[in-house]
Design a binder for this molecule. Structure first.
Ligand code: PCA
Length: 319
């Protein structure tokens, strides 16, 4: 008996000695479904490895600001991290196709776009020693304002919260004044008068209690942008084979679960906006036509600047 107990204790010590702890930054807060999804991913990895790989989340930009997360994974300051994929469009427009207005507007489109995008960006990220693990979309993006917006002209002069270059361009072409604000700073940006309108998902609207600062929401469903989780390839390669397999299996499950969570939130969070007093209205045909015209202009600009990789993504998606 003594011998057996000793054996068990030795086993526990051996496991602990090999155990690894990974820090995982994300820009988004704990109530965000993406954060809940990656928390489940971390739980799955812990369970599958008998606590051999313990991933600790650092939400709401608490470890690294959004703009630094990709670089931190690349430089091995952290092994793994999550960020908004299209923020990398300044490196290559292939990363930003999901944020071009009216290119992919439904989950079906978004799935096809991700299928076209994944092999291309996997290659681009590999050049930086990064391995993408999974990508999950936000619900389609809608318009939050004070008062109803009937046409693009009504956006003229508004201070518009933006989260990437494409949205900045979109707002500018609509005659609005874009201001970059991270998702976790939205309530403060509105309450201090820095911004007075935004385009984001119903999820982010609810997570930032949009009813405290806007009265109206319309689901223009103009694009379906994604988050991505990447790991440093060299640190991943340093894991033993079983742990690598556990990470990849948990990543595959997280991608499938995340897409389902997103689709569920598209409905439930739009309902929650209305329940909290926001007027949810269908966009007018004129508004959509005006916004689509802006999308066309943006696509022209995109086309003039697109790399071969970016073209490969758009061609594969369109064909
Ligand atoms: N929420 C994030 C990105 C897109 C979205 O729906 C944000 O607003 O920053």
């Amino acid at each position: 008996m003594k011998h057996v107990l000793f054996g068990a204790a030795a086993f526990v010590c051996a496991t602990a000695a090999n155990a690894q702890s990974w820090d995982m930054p994300t820009p988004y807060g704990d109530s965000t479904f993406h954060t809940q999804n990656i928390a489940q991913f971390a739980d799955d990895v812990r369970a599958a490895t008998d606590n051999g790989l313990d991933i600790t989340l650092h939400s709401a930009g608490s470890l690294f600001p959004h703009a630094e997360i990709k670089g931190a994974v690349r430089n091995r300051q952290v092994p793994i991290g999550e960020f908004f994929l299209s923020r990398l469009s300044n490196e290559d427009l292939a990363y930003g196709v999901d944020s071009q207005p009216f290119v992919a507007t439904s989950y079906e489109d978004a799935q096809r776009l991700w299928a076209a995008q994944e092999p291309v960006i996997t290659e681009l990220l590999a050049e930086q020693g990064l391995l993408p693990l999974f990508s999950v979309p936000w619900p389609a993006q809608g318009l939050y304002t004070n008062g109803e917006i009937a046409t693009v002209d009504d956006l003229n002069g508004l201070r518009f919260r933006a989260y990437n270059a494409a949205l900045e361009e979109f707002a500018t072409l609509a005659g609005a004044a874009p201001v970059q604000v991270e998702a976790s700073n939205i309530p403060q940006a509105f309450s201090t008068g820095q911004v007075d309108a935004m385009i984001t998902s119903p999820s982010t609207g609810v997570n930032s209690t949009a009813w405290d600062f806007v009265t109206h929401y319309t689901p223009i469903n103009a694009w379906v942008p994604k988050n991505i989780v990447v790991v440093n390839q060299r640190l991943f390669d340093g894991l033993d084979a079983d742990t690598q397999e556990a990470v990849l299996a948990a990543a595959e499950a997280a991608e499938a679960r995340g897409w389902e969570m997103s689709a569920a939130e598209a409905d439930s969070m739009t309902a929650a906006l209305a329940d909290n007093g926001i007027t949810v209205y269908e966009p007018s045909a004129e508004l959509i036509e005006g916004l689509q015209a802006i999308g066309e202009t943006m696509l022209g600009t995109w086309d003039a600047a697109a790399s071969d990789s970016a073209r490969t993504v758009l061609n594969a998606y369109n064909n």
